[in-house]
Write a protein that binds this ligand. Structure first.
Ligand code: 13P
Length: 252
């Protein structure tokens, strides 16, 4: 059975003290979560060790990285490798976020290398993709999503998919307060699962968790999560407030 996942992407927010406060509040407020559900937070690199340390006593909250370099090591000033993340206790990484694509020019070729590097290190990948507003307005959103997935992921072996989580994040819904409707999310998630069935088989498609991201809030989480092909959410703004994040976890 595929996992339900609620993941918080903290982006470039919160200093050390604020990060510790938030993760401690989340841990304290988290009731029993069933073993098929994963709760993940992803702080910026510099705060990862503090959050991992705080979470050692609470195994219910996992910690992920927001990015990673595609090479083993070397002269790449400012970058962080898979091995460094693993040694800091991180085995999940978010790749392909639209902010990385837009502001740091991450393209399909680079993302393919990052995904391969993560998989070589047996890390889980939360792979983000999604269309821009103009794509949706031009009724081109299915093509864009198909291209993004095929380009970066469809060369992978079937067994690699055990480590892949997909996060459909329509760019027009990120940080805008505008959410895809639950039906729009379901329509796209079902389309994605069909693509995976066509490329691999139904077993692979049924096992991969597909998250929705883009202005998920306590008020809309339940409706979005109720859809059969929506397996959870990747949460930005609302993951920075413990009460909101906990409410979203409770909606899964
Ligand atoms: P918001 O929830 O702030 O729209 O951000 C979504 C997101 O980008 C998660 O990665």
């Amino acid at each position: 059975m595929r996992k339900k996942i609620v993941a918080g992407n903290w982006k470039m927010n919160l200093n050390k003290e604020q990060s510790l406060q938030l993760v401690n509040d989340i841990s304290a407020g988290l009731g029993n979560i069933d073993e098929n559900t994963r709760v993940i937070v992803s702080p910026p690199f510099i705060n990862i060790p503090y959050v991992v340390d705080a979470e050692k006593r609470n195994t219910k909250v996992e910690v992920a990285a927001q990015n990673m370099h595609f090479k083993e090591s070397g002269a790449y000033t400012g970058e962080v490798s898979a091995d460094m993340l693993l040694s800091a206790g991180i085995d999940t990484v978010i790749l392909g976020h639209s902010e990385r694509r837009e502001y740091f020019n991450e393209d399909a070729n680079l993302l393919t290398q990052k995904v391969e590097q993560a998989l070589e290190h047996k890390m889980d990948v939360i792979f983000c993709f999604g269309e821009k507003l103009e794509d949706r307005q031009a009724d081109n959103h299915f093509n864009v999503v198909e291209y993004q997935l095929k380009d970066a992921l469809f060369h992978l072996k079937e067994s690699d998919w055990q480590r892949i989580v997909l996060a459909y994040e329509p760019v027009w819904a990120i940080g805008t307060g505008e959410t895809a409707s639950a039906d729009q999310a379901q329509e796209m998630h079902a389309f994605i699962r069909n693509l995976i069935t066509d490329q691999y088989d139904e077993d692979v498609a049924e096992e991969v968790s597909i998250l929705y991201g883009g202005s998920v809030k306590p008020a809309n989480a339940q409706e979005i999560f109720s859809k059969p092909d929506v397996d959870g959410g990747l949460i930005g703004g609302a993951s920075l407030k413990s009460q909101d994040f906990l409410a979203i976890i409770n909606a899964i």
